[in-house]
Ligand binder design. Structure first.
Ligand SMILES: NC(=O)c1ccc[n+]([C@@H]2O[C@H](COP(=O)([O-])OP(=O)(O)OC[C@H]3O[C@@H](n4cnc5c(N)ncnc54)[C@H](OP(=O)(O)O)[C@@H]3O)[C@@H](O)[C@H]2O)c1
Length: 259
């Protein structure tokens, strides 16, 4: 039987804008009780004001105590967490040398360590709420190494941990999935250059990813690439490395992520 959204509790990190905000709205509209998490409290309050099933919670995913406090709150108020959407993330800049090291470390701390912090704080509650779901928002850049190196490294790592936990947490009743967006127009990822490139047609919207996340929760798929147009490059990467390099280099130039 399909996993039901209605009446269940979800936590969405990075919900103050873009994909996370769209996901919080979509899950709440489908009947879930949603904890919308990010650092910008005002944005979260605006989001929560528009929907009775959305609760604003300010937390920084680089702060272990703050993530523990979030899990404690959800346990105390709901007694369960059925879905954790690890979506908070930053783009980071290009890696050229010593001057970029702090930026790379920050990117890894949010995009990778932040996912581990949330998984660690929620693991017991997710298990107690089984059958439960985790959706990690990685990226097509976690499948094909394009864009800023620190960002790609963080997303490759999220893909790896998602694959490993999809296997090892299944026996705990927790389905861990990855959703990998291509270029999506959001506040943090304005996509100005790709809008002007021949690849502008493959630009997606946050709502496309939110829909894919909701479907992934229901179906428990291991992996999803969104929009669909990006699936080809992921397959190419694994089956036809030289052809993949040509397409990846074109995508990289179109995305404008170089110096
Ligand atoms: N847009 C794309 O093209 C694209 C493609 C592939 C993957 N993704 C991934 O999708 C996810 C969402 O990105 P987006 O495109 O929706 O960008 P966005 O609009 O900039 O959203 C990023 C969200 O992450 C939150 N965040 C950042 N640092 C945080 C921290 N330390 N603690 C808690 N929350 C934090 C931000 O909120 P606050 O600033 O309020 O904390 C914001 O809500 C990211 O993981 C990104 O890597 C995006």
């Amino acid at each position: 039987m399909a996993w039901q959204l209605r009446g269940r509790t979800a936590v969405v990190t990075g919900a103050s804008s873009g994909i996370g905000e769209a996901t919080a709205r979509q899950l709440a509209s489908a009947g879930m009780h949603v904890y919308a998490v990010a650092r910008r409290g005002e944005r979260l309050e605006q989001l929560a004001a528009g929907h009775e099933r959305i609760v604003a919670h300010v937390a920084d995913v680089t702060d272990t105590a703050a993530v523990d406090a979030l899990a404690d709150r959800v346990r105390a108020e709901q007694g369960a967490c059925h879905a954790l959407i690890n979506n908070a993330g930053v783009g980071g800049g290009p890696f050229v040398g010593r001057g970029d090291l702090d930026d790379v470390m920050r990117t890894l701390d949010v995009n990778l360590n932040g996912v581990f912090r949330c998984l660690a704080s929620f693991a017991d509650l997710l298990e107690a709420s089984a059958p439960s779901r985790v959706v990690n928002v990685a990226s097509v850049a976690g499948k094909v190494g394009i864009g800023p190196a620190g960002y790609a490294a963080s997303k490759f790592a999220v893909v790896g941990l998602s694959e490993a936990l999809h296997l090892s947490w299944a026996e705990r009743g927790i389905t861990v999935s990855q959703v990998n967006p291509g270029f999506i127009e959001t506040e943090g990822f304005a996509q100005d250059q790709i809008k002007r490139s021949p690849l502008s047609g493959i630009l997606g919207q946050p709502e496309d990813v939110a829909r894919a996340i909701a479907e992934t929760l229901v179906r428990g798929d291991a992996e999803r690439t969104v929009p669909r147009a990006y699936r080809g490059v992921v397959v190419l990467r694994h089956l036809l490395a030289p052809a993949y390099r040509t397409v990846a280099s074109r995508m990289d130039r179109a995305g404008g992520s170089r110096r």
